[in-house]
Write a protein that binds this ligand. Structure first.
Ligand SMILES: Cc1cc2nc3c(=O)[nH]c(=O)nc-3n(C[C@H](O)[C@H](O)[C@H](O)COP(=O)(O)O)c2cc1C
Length: 405
């Protein structure tokens, strides 16, 4: 089934069920535009033939980036660069959609000492992330306009769809979670209020892109934090998004304090899922009985046979895969053709001193130093090298952002 095409509610057809999930590239210079490194990276992925390539998160505001190397799309000054990027990524049969995001409190201090969020609730890692300010009513209205503007510019750039990032603890996820949203106005409190910003943004994006372009949302199945956004609430939000007529719902989970989207170890998940590859599949099965929106599950898929099983079960319509795209330049083509049955990823255990930095650094290195330069990944990269790479890379990008951006 992996090779079977699928027509979305908007009428667009994806040629197969394999999706390259969003992976932040962090290779933009101080102007935050796509450059020759993005072009090379997506030229490689376009050759692979996945039905859909999701961009790494494109930020709607240069004051709120998850990395100083992010692409930002706020105006049309570098439209030719964005058009070149979409032309390259769609040279084969893949569609190319923009994932749009605002990092809220998960903005590093190197980028912004006083980011905005739903409420002034700081991340546990206070050294890396500043205390956020709560958005004012005007700030919220401006935020909706920022997403609207970026969505309009994405269409001009030639993206065939938009994915609104509402997962992984970024701004929209901060509004959804009762831990980070302590507001007492129309944007906080009840789930209906906490979901209001996401729904307003979805409506604004749809009104910019029209009914024939694809609109997707990436949503957490849960934050996996006590008192946080949970599976019952996620199910209800999925129902609200179905009513908005979105074309694809991607399911993930976790945030910077509980990074279950990268680790198969979330609390409260049924044992059956832990034994299986794809850790959000049980939740999707539950969702499937409630909503008709096309579903994509991302996280943990490693074998072709399991992808086939998941599709055949009907619990998911698309298979979202991220890290395996960084261990071989031919991953998608080999996986789709059946030449590759099982992907092996390096075992990078989080260390007490550096947490997930060795994991993050390892994959960031493959993007910035290898694939975006047309090279095969460096599989024997050690944890120390990976951590020093990410520290130096982010410092350099942040300095450039501050001095020249
Ligand atoms: C290097 C890297 C960058 C990522 N950047 C993003 C991102 O920009 N947006 C997003 O939604 N998820 C991002 N993710 C999460 C992936 O999309 C995906 O949810 C996660 O890696 C689990 O899928 P996998 O097990 O197939 O890797 C990133 C993951 C990695 C490894």
């Amino acid at each position: 089934m992996l090779e079977k095409s699928y027509t979305l509610p908007c009428g667009q057809t994806l040629t197969n069920r394999l999706v390259k999930a969003a992976m932040t590239e962090r290779i933009a210079g101080a102007n935050h535009n796509p450059n020759r490194y993005h072009f090379k990276l997506y030229e490689t992925w376009a050759r692979g033939g996945a039905g859909l390539l999701l961009s790494g998160n494109i930020m709607v505001d240069r004051n709120s980036m998850e990395s100083a190397g992010n692409v930002v799309l706020e105006d049309d000054r570098a439209m030719d660069k964005f058009q070149e990027w979409t032309r390259i990524a769609t040279a084969g049969d893949s569609q190319f959609w923009a994932q749009i995001n605002h990092s809220g409190r998960q903005t590093s201090r190197l980028v912004n000492m006083r980011p905005v969020s739903a409420s002034p609730v700081q991340l546990h890692e206070k050294g890396l992330y500043g205390k956020p300010r709560a958005l004012t009513e005007k700030g919220i209205q401006d935020m909706i306009q920022k997403y609207r503007t970026t969505a309009r510019l994405c269409m001009e750039a030639g993206f065939q769809g938009i994915q609104v990032h509402a997962a992984h603890g970024y701004l929209l996820s901060q509004f959804l979670s009762p831990i980070t949203n302590r507001r007492e106005d129309d944007w906080g409190g009840s789930l209906e209020n906490r979901a209001r910003l996401l729904l307003e943004i979805v409506r604004a994006v749809r009104s910019e892109i029209g009914p024939r372009k694809a609109l997707s949302v990436k949503l957490n199945s849960a934050d996996f934090q006590k008192g946080g956004f949970d599976q019952d609430e996620s199910e209800q939000v999925a129902g609200m998004l179905e009513k908005e007529g979105i074309d694809l719902l991607e399911i993930s989970g976790g945030n910077y304090e509980s990074p279950s989207f990268l680790l198969n170890d979330q609390n409260g998940v049924r044992e059956s899922t832990k034994k299986r590859e794809a850790y959000f599949l049980d939740f999707a099965g539950r969702l499937r009985t409630k909503i008709k929106t096309p579903l994509m599950i991302t996280g943990g898929f490693r074998s072709r046979s399991f992808c086939e099983e998941a599709l055949a079960s009907g619990d998911t319509d698309f298979i979202g895969i991220a890290r395996p795209f960084l261990v071989s330049t031919n991953f998608a083509a080999d996986f789709l053709s059946g030449k590759l049955e099982q992907v092996e990823l390096p075992q990078l255990k989080p260390s007490p001193a550096f947490g997930l930095m060795s994991e993050g650094g390892w994959y960031a290195y493959q993007i910035s130093k290898r694939l975006s330069r047309g090279k095969e990944p460096k599989m024997n990269l050690g944890a120390f090298h990976a951590v020093s790479h990410i520290l130096w890379h982010e410092t350099k990008k942040s300095m450039a952002h501050r001095l020249l951006g």
